[in-house]
Design a protein around this ligand. Structure first.
Ligand code: BGP
Length: 479
């Protein structure tokens, strides 16, 4: 315990919910939209759960008014969504598709009409396929120019109404799945390229933040990092060291760069010895220093526990549970540095994700003490099976319990001295989970959409909808 008495949430706290274009919009080829890397990837057999795609998703593109009305009914203060780059520039650059601009203008205006603060994510993983084909997307420095050009267009078009912006969503996840595990596009396993891609993403991130200052001088911008704080499996010093290795290589590697414009020294030396450190060019670090964020966006779902992992025959990358069959995920690690292990103190979801609200408090405090930046929780939520019962009722008490305990942890962290200004629950409506289909549900609002067959996509409010409404109304006083 640090705090003595619990503080209230700040009065203008952003009680929100989040989504991403590919996971909700559908209309994948409508109104001039170009093809993204995900539109292409999901068509490769075996890549997603039961071959699900975002072709229709939950059809938010056509139903955004109904969705925003539900948000208004709930009293939501903020809605985080992402823009599909391919709606704005179908080929990644060049001619602008005004119909795409128009869609987001309508969405933003609708939100503002109801007093809901829009939080706009520039990049939530759906890269224009044209850029992937032309120069390998993030593999080339050319991405910096194209990403900046696209972002500046959004700053110019929406900067008059959108104050909060997220630059890159979970750079650590889209690059590791794309370039280490081959589970996201472009489906590669190449460690050296992985670090090079990240270096380009860091440069692109810094560059758009720098541009942002010119176009939206009163706005706030930051990246969203998928932070899973590292725990040691035991007090054995070899496990403590393993957890420190993991924290440095899995977390500080990105967050130090965002906050300070530099890589952590020991991790850099290790990667250099291994021959996988990224190639640098003159002026890189100047730019990286110039693009500092206003806040750290944190996507928190769980903590991860580590133990030592031998160099010889140590555990490497393990498989994730994407089926919802409990106990099917494997441990993974880097030989010589660390490996994951189950934490006997924590319960797990059906997808083997740890449920650890105290881990959120720990995550927030670590960020506060290392970087001293304001924090936006840009994602947090529970993916579970939901059942529509008689009378169209969904008793998702497990979700209420998950969110309630995490809000408690947030309040404790605020009372400890963390500067937290918003909380976006993942997600508002049910949506497509990239690799887990539609059965892994996160929403306050159920959507009648499934892996197989045609469905009417109707929206049904879950019990958690009414519960979160009360939380917002009481500014976190009534949990
Ligand atoms: C984050 C992503 C989201 C969302 C969420 C839940 O990593 O930013 O887009 O998908 O995780 O993950 P999943 O859908 O795999 O359960």
């Amino acid at each position: 315990m640090f705090h003595q008495t619990l503080q209230c949430f700040p009065k203008d706290f952003l009680w929100g919910a989040a989504s991403a274009a590919y996971q909700v919009e559908g209309a994948w080829d409508k109104d001039g939209k170009g093809m993204s890397n995900w539109d292409q990837f999901v068509r490769i057999p075996g890549k997603t759960y039961k071959g699900t795609t975002g072709d229709i998703a939950v059809d938010h593109y056509h139903r955004f008014q109904e969705d925003v009305e539900l948000m208004a009914e709930m009293g939501l203060k903020a809605y985080r969504f992402s823009v599909a780059w391919t709606r704005i520039f179908p080929e990644g650059r060049g001619e602008i598709n005004e119909k795409g601009i128009n869609f987001y203008n309508q969405l933003i205006n609708e939100l503002i009409k109801y007093g809901i603060e829009p939080i706009l994510t520039l990049y939530h993983w759906d890269l224009p396929q044209a850029l992937q084909e032309e120069y390998g997307g993030w593999e080339s420095r050319r991405i910096i120019e194209d990403f900046t050009n696209y972002s500046v267009e959004l700053f110019k078009r929406f900067g008059d109404r959108v104050k909060y912006w997220v630059s890159l969503n979970e750079q650590n996840i889209f690059t590791s799945h794309g370039y280490l595990h081959a589970t996201h596009p472009p489906g590669m396993k190449d460690e050296k390229l992985f670090y090079q891609v990240n270096h380009h993403a860091n440069l692109a991130n810094a560059r758009v933040i720098k541009e942002f200052r010119k176009y939206v001088p009163n706005g706030k911008i930051g990246p969203s990092f998928a932070y899973s704080p590292a725990y040691a499996a035991s007090s054995n010093p070899v496990d403590i060291l393993a957890a420190e290795n993991a924290e440095e290589l899995n977390n500080f590697w990105w967050m130090d760069m965002y906050a300070w414009g530099k890589y952590p020294k020991m991790a850099w030396d290790y990667l250099e010895r291994k021959g996988v450190a990224p190639l640098l060019e003159e002026g890189d670090f100047e730019l990286l220093q110039e693009g500092k964020p206003d806040f750290m966006g944190v996507n928190y779902y769980q903590s991860t526990t580590f133990e030592s992992n031998p160099l010889e025959d140590g555990v490497g990358a393990g498989k994730m549970n994407t089926t919802g069959k409990k106990g099917t995920s494997q441990d993974s690690g880097i030989p010589g540095l660390f490996k994951t292990t189950a934490n006997p103190n924590l319960k797990r979801t059906n997808w083997d994700w740890n449920i650890d609200p105290q881990g959120l408090r720990i995550a927030l405090r670590r960020i506060k003490s290392r970087y001293d930046l304001p924090i936006l929780i840009s994602e947090n939520g529970l993916g579970e099976y939901d059942q529509v019962e008689q009378g169209g009722v969904i008793h998702d008490d497990y979700r209420i319990e998950y969110i309630r305990s995490h809000i408690n942890a947030m309040q404790e962290a605020i009372s400890d001295g963390v500067d937290l200004f918003g909380y976006c629950v993942w997600s508002f409506t049910d949506l497509l989970s990239w690799l887990n289909g539609f059965q892994k549900r996160y929403g306050f609002v159920y959507v009648n959409q499934h892996e197989e067959g045609n469905h009417d996509l109707r929206r049904i409010k879950k019990n958690s909808f009414y519960w979160y409404k009360d939380v917002i109304e009481s500014n976190g006083g009534k949990l």
